[in-house]
Structure formats: C-alpha cells, structure tokens
Design a protein around this ligand. Structure first.
Ligand SMILES: N[C@@H](CCC(=O)N[C@@H](CS)C(=O)NCC(=O)O)C(=O)O
Length: 216
C-alpha cells in the first residue's frame, strides 16, 4: 500500500495542521512540496478546486480542507485515539469545540498572525490597524476560552481532541513577545503551553530543515 501523501508546504499553517495530526497518530506519510506558483493552474485545480494547499492522497483517495482531512485521518488511523469522541454527548461537545475554533479563533488569529509573520520573516511593515483590530477581537474571544478552560482541561472536555489540535498552526503565529496574547489569560496559557509542547507539534515545528519524507 502506498504511503499517504500530503501535498503542501512544510511551513504553511494549513499543511502543519494536517502534519501535526499525522504525527499525533504516528501515521507514516510523505510530504510532497507544492510549488505555490502552480496552485491556480487547471492541473492543480483538479486536486483542490479552490487553488489552495494542502490536500492528501491516501492510496488514491484524495481530500482537501484541513479539518476534513484531520477528521478522516483520525477516523481511519486512530478510531480509538479519542481525538474524535464517539459517545454522542462527547461527540457533540467535540463538534461544539471544533466550531468554536473555526468561528471564534481562526478568523482573527490568522489575520493577526499573518501580520506578525510578514514582519518577522519578510521584514515587512505591519498593518497596525489589521493587527490591533484582530488582536482586540481575539482577546475577547480568549476571555471566553479562559472561562471554558477554567472548568476543564481541554476545549471539548477532559481529554485532548482534534478541536484542540486545530488551533496549533495559528496560535503560535498570533502570539509574539510584544503581543503575547496566548499567555495573557491563565487557563488559556496553561492549555496553549501544553499543546505547543506536544511531540506531534515539535516534530514538525522544530524542524529547521524542510523534511520531505516523514516516516514512522
Ligand atoms: N480552509 C482551507 C484553507 C486552506 C488555505 O488557506 N491554504 C493557504 C495556505 S495556509 C493557501 O493555499 N493560500 C493560497 C491561496 O489561498 O491562494 C483548509 O483548511 O484547507
């Protein structure tokens, strides 16, 4: 059987979301670098109709949209991992937490994170309005996170789920020395620091070289 292929960019946030889940479940995979200049070509759009990275090819089964990919990986390679709880009430809480990430976290963390990334990596001027507006909204959202995480260890309950891991690519990007937003709220900080210490995140994030093949 062919090894699962992840088509993306090793340092791109969405690719990292999928790679983290693959590492979490120790699924052998090959990262196939995609030339960003090619993602709007008809040939690439056959695989990802919106012209974005990443997508996967699991032995001929292709899938795009990172959260759908992560759900597929967890269901296929980690059905007993608890990353997607199966008991109906626990599952509903998981979907609630996943929805919270998608609607209350990513839109603001990604915009703020991109500004910080542009400045750090490309030495570009930060758009202060974009940065401050999104950090201010995110701060209010994290206040609610803090209340949730004051009552339970993870976003969906007492055990780690995909909903927690979904935050990883953008949370570290949105926080910086000057704007240490992920460490402002104590319960959020405790949760965030536990997440970024996970071997599945460090395996990828800590890599200073682009690894194209990652096997277990
Ligand atoms: N909702 C998509 C978002 C994918 C996405 O935004 N990918 C970015 C890289 S992180 C991209 O390809 N950007 C280029 C573009 O949109 O043209 C997913 O989760 O897969």
């Amino acid at each position: 059987m062919a090894v699962l292929k992840l088509y993306g960019q090793s340092q791109a946030t969405c690719t990292r979301r999928v790679a983290t889940v693959l590492h979490e479940l120790k699924v052998p995979f090959e990262l196939v670098p995609v030339d960003l200049a090619s993602i709007k070509t008809p040939a690439y759009l056959e695989h990802q109709p919106f012209g974005q990275i990443p997508y996967i090819d699991d032995n001929g089964f292709e899938l795009y949209e990172t959260r759908a990919i992560c759900r597929y990986i967890a269901a296929t390679y980690g059905p007993t991992s608890g990353l997607i709880p199966t008991e109906p009430k626990a599952h509903a809480r998981f979907e609630q937490a996943a929805s919270v990430e998608l609607n209350n976290f990513e839109p603001y963390a990604s915009k703020a994170g991109l500004e910080l990334f542009k400045a750090k990596v490309y030495n570009m001027t930060v758009d202060k309005t974009v940065l401050d507006t999104n950090l201010a909204i995110l701060d209010k959202k994290l206040e609610a996170y803090d209340a949730i995480l004051g009552k339970q260890r993870y976003l969906a309950g007492e055990t780690l789920t995909l909903a927690d891991l979904f935050h990883l690519p953008y949370a570290p990007l949105a926080t910086s020395g000057e704007n240490d937003i992920m460490n402002k709220w104590p319960n959020v900080s405790r949760w965030y620091n536990e997440l970024i210490a996970r071997p599945s995140w460090l395996a990828y994030n800590g890599a200073d070289k682009v690894k194209t093949t990652l096997m277990y």
